[in-house]
Design a binder for this molecule. Structure first.
Ligand code: DX5
Ligand code: ZN
Length: 247
């Protein structure tokens, strides 16, 4: 289970310190939302900001979410700025395939995002070529929006494909993730959780991350499949009897 605080919800006057806070608080990844004012009706920050933040969170995996109409011109600058993964949107249609190869050529992990109104089947032709599938759970553009429950079946489908095709891409969710919705997404098969408001707006971010990770873990369907009685063997009992139920 990966917890990825989104820098979009941080204090914009202190990007470096906020990234440090995420790292210190036990985050696994840092999610960086790049908005171009065209693909989405908002502008966030660019490669120079990511480059400036990078030394403040050296241990964190930089998950760069490109909500941009022309990622072609941005991949190299973000790779140089310190991105570990770049996520492009499936809505870019016939440009997705060459973009995937461009990201690979730069030696970075590849993510593919699907907006709420877009059918998850649009991602199907690319599943073998990606490291992460991002199921958007709000319409991208702003932090702090309410979770769209209608997106949950898409997570289930993404997980079913992953098992059927024996693939290992991560399933990430982004938008309106809090301690309630994290459980709902984990139950459907999500394993990577982006949260802005629910983490950066907390004074005790470490406690918030710890709690969110535990809820995600407790709702992992893989654990439910493995449910075996936890037996406590009395000291004098022979081990063979204790594990009899496993035979
Ligand atoms: C939405 C962005 C999200 C955003 C999530 O356009 O892609 O990453 O930061 O923010 P919260 O967790 O506040 O919904
Ligand atoms: Zn995002």
């Amino acid at each position: 289970m990966i917890i990825a605080p989104s820098l979009l919800a941080s204090d914009f006057t202190r990007f470096g310190k906020e990234a440090e806070r995420a790292q210190r608080s036990g985050a696994d990844w840092l999610h960086l939302d790049i908005m171009d004012g065209h693909f989405v009706p908002n502008i966030s920050f660019g490669p120079d900001v990511v480059k400036a933040v990078r030394p403040h969170a050296k241990k964190l995996f930089f998950d760069v979410h490109l909500m941009c109409s022309k990622p072609e011109i941005l991949l190299e600058p973000f790779a140089e700025a310190g991105a570990d993964e770049m996520i492009i949107h499936v809505e870019l249609a016939e440009r997705v395939e060459p973009l995937i190869w461009q990201i690979r050529k730069l030696g970075k992990k590849v993510g593919l995002a699907v907006n709420p109104p877009t059918a998850i089947s649009k991602a199907l032709p690319f599943l073998e070529k990606i490291d992460l599938l991002l199921v958007m759970t709000v319409n991208p553009g702003y932090g702090g929006q309410p979770f769209i429950h209608e997106c949950l079946p898409k997570i289930q489908q993404a997980d079913a494909w992953r098992r059927e095709k024996k693939l290992s891409y991560r399933i990430e969710v982004d938008g309106g993730i809090n301690n309630d919705t994290v459980a709902e997404c984990a139950r459907e098969g999500a394993d990577t959780f982006v949260a802005g408001t629910a983490l950066f707006h907390k004074k005790n971010m470490a406690a918030a991350i710890k709690k969110m990770r535990k809820i995600a873990h407790d709702n992992d369907p893989a654990l439910a499949d493995l449910k075996v009685p936890t037996l406590k063997a009395p000291k004098d009992q022979h081990l063979g009897d204790t594990f009899e139920f496993l035979k």
